[in-house]
Ligand binder design. Sequence first.
Ligand SMILES: C[S@@+](CC[C@H](N)C(=O)[O-])C[C@H]1O[C@@H](n2cnc3c(N)ncnc32)[C@H](O)[C@@H]1O
Length: 217
Amino acid sequence: MQTAPIKPIKPWFQTIEDIGPHIDWSTYFGQQAPVELDIGCGRGLFLFNAAVMNPQTNFLGIEIDYREGRRTATRLMKRDLPNGRVIGGDCRVILRDMITPHSVSAAHVYFPDPWWKKRHHKRRLFTDEFAALLSQILIPGGLLHSWTDVADYFDIVRSLMDHHPDFEVLAPPEERPAEHDLDYQTSFERKKRKLGCPIYRGLWKRRPLDTQLSPSN
Ligand SMILES: C[S@@+](CC[C@H](N)C(=O)[O-])C[C@H]1O[C@@H](n2cnc3c(N)ncnc32)[C@H](O)[C@@H]1O
């Protein structure tokens, strides 16, 4: 019996170690296009749909859980999508060390883990340092989308972003009824909305580099 050759998962999934110290976007994707990040992409519902629907944009998922990252990358690979990739690793390292400042058009951070226990708080993504990293990587006019079902966590996100001198608050999209079973932004949104949980949505825009407000404004 003949078996189909197994396709290597590279370049759809690579780890930080595979990539090296710095990502050159046009070499990495093989096409020059705006770049959007799905930070903590999980099962990749957003990443996959976004890459299919927007071939003129490059989408990078970042996922610390390699198993989830590989699963998402396998879906991208099966469709042979040139504009969807996943890097396995800690997004904070990737944002801090590997991404050219002001080279990303949008960052999507959907349903970041809340890390309820006090001893785990330092694993939470949204901190002053993370907000500074978002400010560093986004282009002027670049967007941060972040949604969660955890009201307390959303308060933390808003307290960091709403008064951040480098960001302007925009109106987030309104919730609309799902038209089919996969008509959700992410797997977590689907799960939480089916449980009847409210979803808190935030949208912020990176200010132009030369017109930042001072923190006292
Ligand atoms: C609650 S899940 C949400 C997944 C997806 N965004 C969604 O909405 O369905 C949070 C994801 O963030 C990932 N994650 C947590 N900390 C991370 C980090 N420092 N770097 C990259 N991914 C991280 C987790 O492994 C997990 O897959």
